[in-house]
Design a protein around this ligand. Structure first.
Ligand code: ADP
Ligand code: GLC
Length: 492
């Protein structure tokens, strides 16, 4: 089976969040079970710099927004097509925004070009490779199913939502420039509240839709999490499949990790203490207190503002706080303030630092993830692998990956972490108190850490689920008809 993944990010070439990690590791896991995987992504300057030389001069293609060149290369054994279109992608800042954090005004054109390039690759394959499925991700690749549908391609489409909070909405006046049939701009199409929504295009035209955890798949079908798309999702003939993300367990392996002070395993867990000590020393944290850490984008989604509001109360407990993250200016400022007021008790690194993320996972006692919503979450998977006990919000992939240390789980000796009862100041404080209580019984605490480390956070099971989904669609476009949809627009 041949699968073409269409994405705006892929680790280690370009990353702003977990999507990059997923595309950096899932294709390899799929290739290992015999699937012929390829990826197409934009040729941002960072990507071009990292890949260096590509095979030959590339293939010229014509898109409605101009000419482009597709360049072929290999990353970790996977064939990658880079969409080289300097006018659209040569921006020295992030992939979506300028240095001030403002979205590039032509983002619609940039990512429509990515989707059109996927069509070009399939309709007229430069090397004869035709995929059975085009699998596209998030709003940036949401137009892929629409263009495939419009072009009448046989290749079936799968669309995966990693985060519905980014709908890829643009004013209706861009529609004529997308080069799609007029009738696509409709409620039974990619129109959403009068705008063009790339995400809705993916949901509407894909033969199958998936998201990154079973719980988020259910949440997305409810008005409180669906962000207006719940009706469209409920109406999809095949339903929404939730497949939990995995992580690269070679890159995240405490037994071999070169980025941490001391390697360790569940059997020889004492090695963790060396990492813990090194971390405390590096951040000048005093005492033998419990170490509670955060590795996260500093955004409202992640609930970091709540941790900072709860900081004074938390620091009345016998614990130190360590935060690694970058994101919203206001939350960064709050974090700086908390750190400045609590020298020796709060460590802070504002920025993106992969190596420090490894050191924190290897040394912290617990990792706090109080997200207001969380499609999957990867930090808690890394935490489990490293024996950092995750304290997580009761939402999305967080509940699917962490077993709460409630009385039943403790009695059965299967607990791997703590679920907050609710995402609020008091919920966070209560969750942290439960952690401190569990930690005070070293036998129970060791058991939780060992259970965490024994959790299968690899792609093994989930890659098999993707393979089964692909198999069910291979052989042509599967979605015979589309139901009439009760969109939230109707509901309003
Ligand atoms: P999201 O994609 O919503 O940001 P995920 O948990 O799915 O959240 O993925 C984020 C990934 O990036 C995780 O592997 C996390 O550990 C990592 N990460 C987040 N912030 C930082 C940071 N400041 N430095 C290093 N790694 C980070
Ligand atoms: C998004 C989500 C996160 C998920 C990641 C990868 O960034 O916010 O929960 O883990 O995508 O699927």
């Amino acid at each position: 089976m041949r699968i073409l993944s269409v994405t705006s990010e892929m680790y280690p070439l370009i990353k702003t969040g977990g999507l990059a990690d997923v595309i950096g590791s899932l294709p390899t896991a799929l290739a290992e079970i015999g699937i012929d995987m390829r990826v197409i992504l934009p040729g941002y300057p960072q990507v071009k710099e990292r890949i260096g030389e590509t095979d030959g001069k590339g293939t010229k293609i014509e898109l409605s927004m101009g000419s482009a060149v597709l360049k072929k290369t290999q990353v970790n054994g996977i064939t990658i097509w880079i969409l080289d279109m300097p006018g659209l992608f040569d921006r020295e800042t992030g992939p979506y925004a300028d240095a001030e954090g403002h979205d590039h005004p032509d983002n619609w054109k940039r990512f429509a070009a990515l989707s059109q390039a996927a069509v070009a690759l399939v309709a007229d394959p430069p090397d004869g490779w035709v995929p059975d499925i085009a699998h596209s991700h998030d709003w940036q690749a949401g137009l892929v199913p629409a263009y495939f549908h419009a072009a009448g391609l046989k290749t079936a489409t799968v669309y995966t939502i990693h985060n519905i909070a980014f709908p890829g909405s643009f004013p209706a006046n861009i529609f004529p420039e997308l080069n799609l049939p007029d009738e696509f701009f409709a409620m039974d199409g990619l129109e959403f509240h009068g705008d063009v929504s790339f995400l809705k295009a993916g949901l509407w035209y894909a033969d199958a839709i998936t998201t990154v955890s079973p719980t988020y798949a259910e949440e997305l079908q409810r008005p409180d999490h669906g962000m207006g798309f719940d009706g469209v999702i409920r109406a999809h003939e095949k339903g929404m499949t939730g497949i939990l993300n995995g992580i690269d367990t070679d890159e995240w392996n405490p037994e071999t990790d070169q980025l941490i002070e001391r390697n360790y395993s569940a059997r020889a867990i004492a090695g963790r203490d060396v990492n813990r000590q090194a971390l405390s020393t590096a951040f000048a944290l005093d005492g033998e207190r419990a170490l509670l850490s955060v590795v996260s984008r500093l955004t409202e989604q992640k609930g970091i503002d709540l941790i900072l509001e709860a900081a004074d109360a938390l620091l009345e407990r016998d614990l130190n706080l360590l935060i690694l993250g970058t994101g919203d200016d206001a939350i960064e400022a709050m974090a700086r303030d908390v750190a400045a007021r609590n020298p020796g008790r709060v460590g802070l690194h504002i920025g993106y630092d992969e190596a420090l993320a490894h050191r924190i996972q290897a040394g912290t006692d617990a990792l706090l993830v109080p997200s207001r919503f969380e499609p999957c979450g990867l930090t808690q998977l890394c935490a489990l692998r490293y024996g950092a006990v995750p304290i997580v919000a009761p939402t999305g992939g967080l509940v699917d990956s962490v077993i709460d240390a409630n009385a039943a789980a403790l009695a059965r000796k299967v607990a791997t972490g703590i679920h907050l009862r609710e995402v609020s100041l008091s919920g966070i404080i209560a969750g942290v108190d439960r952690m401190l209580d569990l930690r005070s019984d070293s036998k129970v605490w060791q058991r939780i850490k060992r259970n965490a480390m024994a959790t299968d956070v690899s792609w093994h099971a989930s890659a098999a689920e993707y393979a089964a989904l692909y198999q069910s669609l291979a052989g042509g476009r599967g979605r015979a008809s589309r139901k009439t949809v009760q969109t939230s627009r109707n509901a309003i």
